[in-house]
Ligand binder design. Structure first.
Ligand code: IMP
Length: 182
């Protein structure tokens, strides 16, 4: 299928992201001040830039692990099946865990992943997402920390892709298709 032409309009600048991460890191440091070691779990692939910047602001003893999940819509049942494509390398029982996600959209992914990780009996489990699109929610899920609430727009950059492209943009931008404009 030929690619539709689009441009990317900046929505959240690199500077605004950095400032927000500093604030969030302060809250996380406070929450986990007494931890012996925090397992920071990045959800692949969209969180890889966010987790890299976040952990460098944390100043806590941490470990980093990754998990990859993929969600498939089922229009017939208006439901989603979330599959784990790559599980954690380490055990989290009795450990402090922070799950790091790029966007909470329908909520299925983070809801499923945090439920699954909670069943492994971590000491504390918290979630953080850089972006939240509350108007798109299909399941009752709230992340403990959110960087920015955004409207129902398709966004890219800062690790987030559109058909595997644009992950390397330093800011968050929204995709605007130019063939649909009059
Ligand atoms: P959820 O399960 O619907 O909450 O989906 C979350 C996942 O959908 C995110 O981790 C992203 O990979 C993807 N996603 C949702 N919105 C966007 C977007 O605007 N741009 C790129 N990916 C998105």
């Amino acid at each position: 299928m030929p690619e539709r032409p689009y441009v990317i309009d900046e929505m959240i600048s690199a500077k605004a992201i950095a400032a927000r991460i500093e604030e969030l890191a302060g809250e996380i440091r406070h929450e986990f001040a007494d931890t012996d070691k925090l397992v920071v779990v990045g959800l692949l692939r969209g969180s890889f830039v966010f987790i890299a910047d976040l952990v460098r602001e944390l100043n806590l003893p941490i470990e980093v692990d990754f998990l990859e999940a993929s969600s498939y819509g089922n229009a017939m049942q208006s439901s989603r099946e979330v599959r784990i494509l790559k599980d954690l390398r380490g055990a989290i029982e009795g450990r402090d865990v922070l799950v790091v996600e790029d966007i909470v959209d329908t909520g299925h992914t983070l809801n499923h992943v945090s439920g699954m990780l909670r069943s492994r009996n971590p000491a504390r489990l918290r979630t953080i997402a850089l972006l939240d699109k509350p108007s798109r929610r299909e399941v009752d899920f709230r992340s403990d920390w959110i960087g920015f609430e955004i409207p129902d727009e398709f966004v890219v950059g800062y690790g987030i892709d559109f058909a595997q492209r644009n992950r390397n943009l330093p800011f968050i931008g929204k995709v605007r298709f130019t063939d649909a404009e009059g």
